[in-house]
Design a protein around this ligand. Sequence first.
Ligand code: TYD
Length: 207
Amino acid sequence: MFITFEGLDFCGKSTQVQLLEKYLLQRGKKVEIIREPGGTPISEKIRDILLDKKNSEMSIETELILFSGSRSQLVSQVILPALKENVFVISDRFHDSSIAYQSFGRKIPLNFVEELQKFVIKEAVPDITFFLDIPIDEVIKRKSKVKQIELDRIELSQIDFYERVRKGYLYLAEKEKRFRTISGLNSIPEIHAIIIEEIKKIESSRM
Ligand code: TYD
């Protein structure tokens, strides 16, 4: 099963990825955790370029292509081989992030970004995508608790950018059957419980 997590920065995805990993491991499953951008030696190098604050002059085209390049490497080197071995693959962000951030956020035409993502992910289409939705004022609140120096290039973005990214996720949630929207304002255990229920539903539908 291929599971992805999506949402705005600071929505709490990474905590939920860890909790889900623990749950699956306890049930004797094989699990491969991935973070995007990154996950292979080539992709990690691309990650460093993408998130480095010194690269403030990066064009939006370069940004889209680098995220997509990093992902392409991950798909062929890690995701597809793992899925063939019946491993649970959990990715902290995947191609939907490019649709939300690079298309809606950076205003690159949607059909181009969507086509590029199809080209990049091939048959690695997630079975389920958990979208942890938080309002923009919550992003601001959580961001203010992080030291400025610890924010990456994209986390330094302005409010209107995040507003557009969220619209992108809402568009995807409406369009894609695999999307499950969960309010990121729920407590950590509440969100985890919802996620487990959804995973169980898919498992039982396949038995
Ligand atoms: P990361 O530190 O992984 O953030 P988080 O823990 O919030 O997921 O940094 C990833 C940043 O890159 C994040 O701000 C979202 C952005 N991003 C894109 O703009 N497009 C993409 O395709 C991906 C995967 C991430």
